[in-house]
Write a protein that binds this ligand. Structure first.
Ligand SMILES: Cc1ncc(COP(=O)(O)O)c(C=O)c1O
Length: 386
């Protein structure tokens, strides 16, 4: 053999791997099969890297444990998990009922792609109870999409009641459960068919990796979701899967800190004159509090509050004065974030009157007293605007 050939084939002999705590990060598009008969034996082995190798399998197994699922399908982003799951279960002629408070890019997908492919899309208010929702469903309704709580205005839906009523009518249910991160609320235990989350948020935890997952209760749905990914051709990288698995290890510990800090800040905000209402389910009398106490084991770091109304420049001054809270979308990372929600509320069917500009906070892992001092800076700037 010439050096040219030797360079291509040297160093490829594989020795058994030393055992490490995490799975090996196997990078591979090509999978080498042991013999010719194995080449087309797709049922009993992995034949191509797009299906995922060791790190992706380890993540799937851990997420199935977290979600109490029969199986989990991975997607390259949280939005891809939502759109991919919708494409996997819907066909032309079906109708999907989508909660009006849905994450805005999911709504955009429904209004554009789903409608273009002949799926009827209808929106229902998050306040609709199970009976009213069932009465609104028609003979073509195949799927109900829930998001509880809404990730801007924090309406809680009665998920178990809706899931049970839908099941009795033969209608599937899917929830965007990103707020609970698969940890604080277990949708599949409450009768939901498909639980989707943007792993990008709390599971990743460091605002630097995109991924999404769809967990299903029944094997037939797991197969449908897997086939959807196979048909579309999505893949997630082993490095990203490894990062998600790493994030999972500290999810519960980080979440209890996010929760404790956010509750403390929410309670303090509720005492301030500049604040109208605080939309955090743990506060006494908060909307959705009863459902949250019944179904959830805790809260995350994401909640909202209103400023007293009437001075748009003051809202901007409040946000611009913040030094620890970054101004940015997304959430679930170690860092605190703030946004003004109002521009995102306009395309809802029933834009609720929140009584003033709605500000969403993501409370990160910083010391909550430092964060409160940062918000005080914002309030001082707010007051200074004439
Ligand atoms: C509630 C909710 N679902 C889904 C997503 C989408 O996640 P990703 O950014 O990974 O596409 C987001 C992102 O902000 C979100 O807030």
């Amino acid at each position: 053999m010439t050096e040219e050939t030797r360079l291509i084939h040297s160093g490829l002999a594989q020795t058994p791997l030393a055992r490490t705590v995490g799975p090996p990060i196997q990078r591979g598009s090509t999978v080498l099969l042991p013999n010719a008969a194995a080449l087309y034996d797709h049922e009993s082995q992995v034949t191509y890297g797009r299906q995922g190798l060791a790190a992706q399998s380890a993540l799937i197994e851990a997420l199935a444990e977290l979600e109490h699922a029969a199986g989990v399908t991975l997607y390259p982003s949280g939005l891809a998990a939502l759109t991919g799951a919708l494409l996997a279960v819907l066909k032309a002629g079906d109708e999907v009922m989508v909660v009006d408070t849905i994450y805005k890019p999911t709504r955009r997908f429904c209004d554009t792609v789903l409608r273009r492919f002949g799926v009827a899309v209808r929106y229902y208010p998050a306040s609709l109870d199970a009976d009213a929702l069932m009465a609104a469903c028609g003979p073509a309704t195949r799927l109900i999409v829930l998001e509880s709580p809404g990730s801007l205005s924090f309406e809680f839906q009665d998920v178990p009641a809706i899931a049970a009523a839908a099941r009795a009518r033969g209608i599937l249910t899917l929830i965007d459960n990103t707020w609970a991160a698969g940890l604080l609320f277990k949708p599949l235990d409450h009768g939901v068919d498909i639980s989707v989350q943007a792993l990008t948020k709390y599971v990743g935890g460091h605002s630097d990796v995109f991924m999404g997952s769809a967990a299903a209760r029944e094997d037939s749905l797991v197969r449908l979701l897997d086939e959807g990914v196979l048909n579309i051709g999505w893949a997630v990288s082993p490095d990203d899967a490894y990062q998600m698995l790493r994030g999972l290890r500290t999810l519960a510990t980080r979440m209890s800190r996010h929760d404790a800090s956010a509750r403390r800040i929410a309670a303090r905000l509720a005492t301030r004159d500049e604040v109208g209402q605080v939309l955090h389910p743990a506060l006494p009398g908060a909307p959705g509090g009863e459902i949250w106490r019944r179904d959830y084991s805790g809260a995350c770091g994401l909640f909202a509050f209103t400023l007293t109304p009437g001075r748009p420049a003051a809202t901007e001054a409040f946000l611009d004065a913040l030094e620890l809270f970054g101004l940015g979308f997304s959430w679930g990372g170690f860092e605190s974030l703030a946004i003004d929600c109002d521009p995102q509320l306009s395309n809802r069917l029933s834009p609720a009157a929140y009584g003033g500009p709605l500000i969403r906070l993501h409370v990160g892992l910083e010391d909550p007293e430092d964060l409160m001092a940062d918000l005080d800076r914002g309030f001082a700037a707010w007051r200074a605007v004439p």
